[in-house]
Design a protein around this ligand. Structure first.
Ligand code: IPD
Ligand code: CA
Ligand code: CA
Ligand code: CA
Length: 264
């Protein structure tokens, strides 16, 4: 495989898709609810996913695609080439804010992340990475992350972590948000991964994410030395929804051992 050519191909596809998204602001967007009233999807999510799938199937017929909106393949194993696609990550932001959403794409071979992309469409910020070749923001290399401490860290958590929930004990989380320098929540898992990769936030965690939310961002974060895992500390499996944490490597273990205490 010519990875440089595949990288250029993926980037041009993403930029073309982004143009469609921007043009959609001049049309009437159809919004509907999926699993619950707050789980939004639009005709643009569907159209963008179909755009990618049509192109990828035409140009790489032997590759498989896992997309959020279900137009891709039914993926039960990580064998071969798989493209993990979230056509719009942060649909709620797309609908309500018309910003702070991203296209997320990860290209894997036999479960190994090779090429990762997160495109912040409205900011025109393209984060990309190639395995062992580094991570980039608009083709400028992102430096490796420097060590930090919980006391100096900005932690990407939303309010559900300190409210009664099914997954974690709230007392250690309250301890974490009290001890750390500050907290942030942006509403797009893919963008939050890039904030960790760029060193703007030192960790991000979620109680439930899907493979397409994280597949691209994990590769980018990995290239600057951040660690991604489930809340039990194992590598994300990329075949189903899972808990997720990505963090500067100097605080990842401490987060899991001291602050993220899973309910029995
Ligand atoms: C969602 C966003 C959000 C996260 C949700 C995801 P979507 O993706 O990444 O930040 O908290 O769990 O489902 O549905 O907007 O693509
Ligand atoms: Ca969604
Ligand atoms: Ca998503
Ligand atoms: Ca989505």
């Amino acid at each position: 495989m010519n990875w440089g050519a595949l990288d250029r191909y993926a980037k041009s596809l993403i930029k073309e898709a982004a143009q469609h998204i921007k043009h959609s602001f001049f049309t009437e967007i159809e919004i509907s609810a999926k699993s619950s009233a707050n789980d939004l999807v639009t005709n643009i999510d569907h159209e963008i996913e179909q755009f990618f799938i049509k192109r990828i199937r035409r140009d790489f017929p032997e590759h498989r695609i896992m997309g959020e909106e279900g137009f891709g393949d039914d993926i039960q194993s990580l064998d071969g080439f798989i493209w993990f696609l979230d056509p719009i990550d942060g649909t709620m932001n797309f609908v309500h804010q018309k910003r702070n959403f991203a296209i997320s794409l990860g290209i894997y071979i036999d479960g190994i992340g090779m090429l990762g992309y997160v495109y912040d469409v409205m900011a025109d910020d393209l984060y990309s990475a190639m395995k062992d070749e580094g991570a980039f923001l608009n083709d400028i290399r992102l430096p490796s992350l420097e060590d930090t401490t919980i006391e100096q860290a900005i932690i990407g958590v939303n309010a559900s972590w300190v409210a009664p929930n099914r997954y974690v004990e709230t007392a250690p989380m309250i301890d974490l948000v009290t001890k750390c320098r500050g907290t942030r929540s942006y509403g797009s898992a893919a963008l939050e991964l890039t904030h960790v990769a760029a060193g703007r936030v030192d960790a991000y965690m979620s109680m439930r994410l899907s493979p397409w939310d994280v597949a691209g961002g994990i590769i980018i974060a990995n290239e600057v030395g951040a660690i991604s895992s489930t809340l039990t500390g194992v590598r994300p499996g990329l075949l189903q929804q899972e808990t997720f944490v990505v963090a500067n490597k100097s605080i990842h273990t401490q987060l899991l051992e001291e602050f993220i205490v899973l309910k029995k």
